[in-house]
Write a protein that binds this ligand. Structure first.
Ligand SMILES: Cc1cc2nc3c(=O)[nH]c(=O)nc-3n(C[C@H](O)[C@H](O)[C@H](O)COP(=O)(O)O)c2cc1C
Length: 372
């Protein structure tokens, strides 16, 4: 299948089970990545929007992920004579246009009829990496055929080792270049919006259809592994033969356990406030985790990134790159792959401006800057 086959929505795909996802393919006029959530709320069905936007419990951690950024400031540096800014960087040997990649997010058919194929094409247009979720709408093979740009595959470890082996084998065969092992989901977060909206997925998950998993997220979660430890990390490294990024780390002790087990990178993440409500913002824990990691492996940071300032602050606090979650999902809903590209462009434009005003020319210089 060619990329263009995914570019135009088909009438059949427009309403799986009566669910009306977005179908526009267009560049977005955006002022910032906060207002995009309100725009997406206007076009998406309530259940789908609630699933994407919601957090766990009281959503304290969801709010705190944003609030934490406000407690540290960037010092303007105006006489360094630096510029113009160069956002290019690399992660695990792959060159990317800026230190921003796209996080794994399940069920993107909720947002747009092109689902993860649209996200993959948007990431490719932005010269960055997309991570495909285990619980994607399309299968990993379909998404691989939608763009030849580098992609990673995210694994929710299943109880059944045979299923894990098969998922890893398929990911490698389809050309995914790294495995993102999510370790913060041995129980499902208490997502009250989903309960209130009586939300069920309107379609099955493409990677797991042969396992008979329909749209029932609880049945799906029942298949997830209930215990994950360093041996699980070793298992995924051995079975995949690919670099393994351990995602969902908040504690420095867990970061060190992941590294000892052979992780190629760690992803500091609290799942965008969707798992343990009451846990600290990822930006709060980042400096301590970075100190423990001591640059032994790269750190990917996510949860709450909405502004160029946030990216800069994460870099200055020990991250090597950041992952973007919900804003990319909303960009997909509003404009398909072009919408995802618009979201990336806006964030990169803001980051460029921030780096210039902070007197830093490169990502490495931003990483060496302290915050106030
Ligand atoms: C709708 C949605 C679905 C998600 N699905 C997954 C998933 O399947 N696997 C995973 O590891 N993380 C998943 N996440 C978490 C993201 O990878 C990421 O950690 C988080 O969205 C970052 O926070 P942000 O949305 O504030 O940018 C999901 C997040 C959202 C919003």
């Amino acid at each position: 299948m060619t990329a263009s086959a995914w570019g135009a929505p088909t009438p059949a795909a427009a309403s799986p089970g009566g669910y009306q996802a977005g179908s526009a393919i267009r560049a977005l006029q955006l002022n910032d990545l906060l207002e995009i959530e309100k725009q997406a709320a206007q076009i998406l069905p309530k259940g789908g929007f609630g699933y994407i936007a919601g957090g766990a419990g009281d959503e304290w951690t969801l709010r705190e992920n944003r609030a934490a950024f406000e407690r540290r400031q960037i010092m303007p540096r105006v006489l360094t004579g630096k510029g113009p800014v160069d956002l290019r960087t690399e992660i695990l040997g792959t060159s990317i246009a800026s230190p921003v990649v796209i996080c794994p997010m399940g069920g993107q058919g909720l947002a747009h009829v092109t689902a993860e194929a649209g996200m993959a094409m948007g990431a490719a247009a932005g010269n960055t990496i997309m991570t495909l979720s285990t619980v994607s709408t399309l299968s990993m093979e379909q998404v691989a055929s939608a763009s030849s740009a580098p992609k990673w595959f995210q694994l929710y470890l299943q109880k059944d080792e045979g299923v894990n082996r098969e998922l890893l084998r398929r990911a490698k065969a389809a050309g995914y270049e790294a495995i993102v092992l999510t370790v913060d989901s041995t129980a499902t977060g208490n997502r009250e919006a989903d309960a209130r909206n009586q939300f069920v997925f309107p379609f099955p998950f493409g990677n797991l259809v042969s396992k008979g998993t329909g749209g029932d997220v609880h049945a799906l979660n029942a298949a997830f592994a209930l215990k994950i430890n360093p041996k699980s990390v070793e298992f995924v490294i051995k079975e995949s033969g690919l670099p393994v990024i351990v995602k969902g780390i908040s504690s420095p002790d867990d970061a060190l356990l992941a590294i000892s087990a052979g992780a190629a990178a760690i992803q500091v993440s609290n799942h965008g406030g969707r798992q343990l409500d009451g846990s600290p913002a990822t930006f709060t824990v980042l400096p301590t985790v970075a100190k423990a990691v001591a640059r032994k492996v790269p750190i990917i940071f996510d949860s709450g990134i909405r502004r160029g300032q946030d990216v800069f602050k994460a870099l200055a606090s020990g991250a090597d790159i950041v992952g973007l979650g919900r804003p990319a999902y909303y960009g997909l809903a509003l404009g398909g792959w072009r919408g995802v590209q618009s979201v990336l462009e806006l964030l990169n434009k803001e980051l460029s401006m921030v780096m210039q005003l902070a007197g830093t020319q490169t990502v490495d210089e931003a990483k060496r800057t302290g915050l106030v």
